[in-house]
Design a protein. Structure first.
Ligand code: CS2
Length: 509
């Protein structure tokens, strides 16, 4: 092999033995599904499951990867014939494999036409999506389509040239109805609760506005299963690309890096052909809800907590944050004492063992997951990760002192990015501007800041925002998080949790 050749189908036979390659004949692999939002997560998760499936039961399940937002795919995956190296990293262990399931890529950033061409094709039986929480254009606190979202306003006025995911999918379904009428499964793989229902809601709400019977056709011919997806796969860095060159001697511009753990629980509800991912480790179930609550509240809740508090403590990655004894103790107690009691029984999973396993995953130092990456779009994540368990706790009359700290952490993270607070770090969150405006208008009074932010009813449902216990807990944590000793908020919440535990014990004695 020439030094520094780029990965391509022709190079497959000449890769070092340490790199696994597809065991099936890619030259006869035809497209059967599309994926919207090809990023590190898709390459480490659904595309890998599909690669596994193709190797044991070869069928027409090649994936066409579509991006309607940056980055472009043509210059990376496209140049490599869809091939890429998937590295699994666990502290010092490395496993490399070239994934072959992606058979084509489509860049549809400038116009929806290329994406519509694929999505409306009769060859495509299923579409998986990872378009991030905000891609659904829904209102996080209610799950309904945000009809004031600028892209939705645009798409309703220009349905043939959509910019949003709901507008694009509604148009694709309209084209399918008008041409071949074949059914379609639309499988959300984003971390939003009841993701299938949310996707169905936004597409249906959009289609209803279109009138013309489209909503009814969708009802009869499309399926929107919910799914719980899991694997930690951070944004890929130049270091990752350089590592593949150094270790294996070829270039790959589309490397993906993930942890060993992976899980995929899919609601058994398909329209048309079904890829048998259940043969390769995924589970098909009737109800995904217990699995998704467990995952979002425990693993994702821990990540968001470590991310925002980690940034406030000056720590770079999840693994740095969890190496801090105070944060590690805090996150474990938050999960065990406050989060776990909100969770239903999950078939086959022991809750405490799941917490320990999750914390163990977060300690993996080879996974360089930046706290700022996880804190991105926090407004779209805190409802399912923190606010829903808080609401459940309050309705049971139970304490929420620990879970409130990361909620205040999210606020402090955005407040400190505002000009008034010295723009401590760049942030990316659809509500960053709103929080900055509140900070500009309010200054550093924690009570007024918390009150202003809690009034954002698309994030905080009004019943929760009006709850006195919650307001007090968030306000007091926020004051400390914004001080020179932000970790005082973490220490004090633990002390208070101890004190109320002692009080409860004394009362029951
Ligand atoms: C992370 C998730 O960035 C984030 O919001 O919490 O991407 C997380 O790593 C995955 O959900 C793990 O399955």
């Amino acid at each position: 092999m020439n030094a520094l050749e780029t990965l391509s189908p022709a190079l497959l036979e000449r890769l070092p033995a340490a790199v696994q390659t597809p065991s099936y004949d890619r030259t006869v692999l035809a497209p059967g599904m599309a994926h919207l939002g090809v990023g590190a997560f898709h390459r480490c998760h659904q595309a890998e499951y599909t690669d596994d499936l193709l190797s044991i039961r070869f069928d027409r399940w090649g994936v066409v990867g579509i991006n309607i937002r940056p980055p472009g795919l043509a210059d990376t995956l496209g140049r490599q014939g869809g091939l890429y190296t998937r590295l699994i990293r666990d502290n010092s262990l490395i496993e490399a494999r070239v994934i072959g399931s992606i058979v084509g890529v489509v860049d549809s950033q400038a116009s929806a036409a290329p994406a519509l061409h694929v999505l409306s094709s009769p060859d495509i039986d299923l579409v998986t999506l990872t378009v991030t929480e905000k891609g659904y254009c829904h209102i996080p606190s209610s799950g309904e389509l945000d009809s004031r979202h600028p892209d939705i306003v645009h798409d309703l006025a220009n349905p043939a040239t959509p910019r949003s995911v709901p507008g694009l999918l509604a148009r694709a379904l309209e084209l399918r109805r008008a041409t071949h009428g074949r059914p379609l499964t639309l499988l959300s793989c984003d971390n939003i609760p009841t993701n299938g229902i949310i996707l169905a809601n936004v597409v249906r709400a959009f289609a209803e506005r279109r009138g013309n019977g489209l909503a009814e056709w969708i009802e009869a011919n499309a399926a929107f299963p919910s799914a719980m997806v899991d694997r930690i796969a951070p944004a890929v860095t130049q270091d990752d690309l350089d590592s593949v060159e150094q270790w294996f001697g070829y270039r790959d511009a589309a490397v993906a890096v993930g942890e060993p753990f992976r899980q995929w629980v899919i609601e058994h509800k398909f329209a048309g052909r079904v890829p048998r991912w259940d043969l390769v480790g995924a589970s098909f179930v009737d109800d995904v809800t217990p699995f998704e609550h467990l995952k979002m509240r425990v693993l994702n809740g821990a990540q968001t907590t470590l991310a925002t508090l980690g940034v406030l403590a000056g720590l770079e990655h999840t693994s740095d944050a969890i190496a801090d004894p105070l944060l590690a103790a805090f996150v474990r107690r938050m999960l065990v004492e406050e989060t776990l009691p909100t969770l239903p029984t999950v078939p086959g999973i022991e809750p405490l063992a799941y917490v320990e396993q999750s914390l163990g995953r977060l300690r993996n130092i080879a996974i360089r997951h930046r706290n700022h990456q996880i804190a991105t779009d926090g407004s779209q994540k805190i409802v399912q990760r923190l606010l829903n368990p808080i609401r459940d706790r309050l309705s049971q009359g139970e304490s929420i002192g620990l879970l409130s700290v990361p909620v205040a952490g999210w606020m402090a993270y955005l407040i400190q990015a505002s000009a008034r607070f010295g723009r401590r770090w760049p942030v990316s969150d659809p509500f960053a501007g709103k929080v900055a405006a509140i900070a500009e208008a309010t200054g550093d009074d924690a009570q007024a800041l918390a009150a202003g932010i809690l009034a954002i009813d698309t994030i905080f449902d009004p019943g929760l925002a009006a709850n006195d216990i919650f307001r007090r807990a968030v306000t007091s944590a926020l004051g400390e998080l914004l001080s020179d000793d932000p970790m005082a908020a973490v220490r004090h919440s633990l002390e208070q949790a101890d004190a109320s535990r002692l009080k409860r014990r004394a009362q029951s004695a």
